[in-house]
Structure formats: structure tokens, C-alpha cells
Write a protein that binds this ligand. Structure first.
Ligand code: FES
Length: 73
């Protein structure tokens, strides 16, 4: 499943559902790879990862909690 800018797949290549987490990131559970809009692959090393949706993270694609101080329009 995609969330606009990200796509996550499991170690078997199956799409991983992304779950919104309030007004913050999208959560990907049991993903092996996150693929961004440019096609760049980001290896996942944790059971659950948070993907930035505000575009302000300094660690994109990962959420670094910057969204908490960003006002969304
Ligand atoms: S959603 Fe958390 S830093 Fe962007």
C-alpha cells in the first residue's frame, strides 16, 4: 500500500500497509524496504518504522518528531 510518497514492502516483496499515526507519521510494520517517490530504497532494520509525512524531518524518510513543532495547513 502506498501513502502518496512512500511505499513499503516486506522481505517477500509484498506490499505493507501504512497506518496513519495521528497528525504525524505513517507507521510501517514488518517492512523490509521503504521506497520513496524517486524510487530510492531505504532498508528497514526495525519491526516498526515511522515515515515522515510533513517533509520537515532531517532524517527522511524516517520521522524525527519535527512534525510536533510544524504547523500544518
Ligand atoms: S511526520 Fe514526523 S517529522 Fe515529519
Amino acid at each position: 500500500m502506498t501513502a502518496g510518497r512512500w511505499r513499503a514492502v516486506s522481505s517477500t516483496g509484498e506490499a505493507v500497509d501504512l497506518e496513519p499515526c495521528g497528525d504525524g507519521p505513517m507507521l510501517a510494520r514488518r517492512a523490509a524496504v521503504v521506497i520513496d517517490a524517486d524510487g530510492t530504497e531505504h532498508q528497514v532494520t526495525r519491526p516498526v518504522v515511522a515515515l515522515c509525512t510533513c517533509d520537515k524531518s532531517q532524517r527522511r524518510p524516517w520521522c524525527d518528531s519535527t512534525h510536533k513543532s510544524v504547523r500544518r495547513v
